[in-house]
Design a protein around this ligand. Structure first.
Ligand SMILES: [Zn+2]
Length: 163
């Protein structure tokens, strides 16, 4: 992930969302996400103006936060660059290897997906008081077509190809 050059921000200037995005080479939506997650704006009038001093402080604070390790029950949000308790304290465990996987949840602030790599033996400790759902349950919710249906279809297709 590209590092944002906070030093480009002039503390005595005002920036529109557009200007701040261009200055820091990020998407406008990224700046809007910052505002939603605590970046102060001058007032509620349009266009939204951000004081350079606030922008600079917000980005430095965020950088500091990103060095914080996740505590029990926390997953790291890349967009907010901070450990977060997932929305509803819900997480899914997605196995990636026999001994480890990813905990996945939703960031309560930016609503993006947040992850934490965890080994199975540490899962209980890392998950803390989160409600962790099994991946099988997730597949069942997501797929309206039962898995057996899919494989029947694949077999039929193979048979047709052979004939
Ligand atoms: Zn977030």
């Amino acid at each position: 992930m590209r590092r944002i050059n906070v030093r480009r921000v002039k503390i005595h200037r005002n920036y529109t969302v557009d200007e701040a995005a261009r200055l820091l080479s990020v998407h406008k939506n990224t700046v809007r996400t910052w505002i939603k997650s605590g970046l102060q704006t001058i007032d509620d009038r349009r266009p939204t103006l951000i004081l350079g001093r606030h922008l600079s402080k917000y980005l430095y604070d965020r950088r500091k936060r990103s060095k914080q390790p996740c505590g029990p029950g926390q997953l790291f949000c890349v967009a907010c660059r901070a450990p977060k308790y997932p929305a509803g304290r819900l997480a899914e465990f997605l196995p990636l290897a026999p001994s480890s996987g990813n905990l996945r949840g939703i960031c309560p602030d930016c609503h993006g997906l947040i992850h934490r790599r965890v080994s199975r033996k540490d899962l209980a400790a890392v998950a803390g008081n989160l409600e962790v759902s099994a991946p099988q349950a997730e597949e069942r919710i997501r797929d309206s077509v039962p898995p057996s249906h899919n494989s029947d279809f694949a077999m039929e297709a193979n048979t047709d190809a052979d004939a």
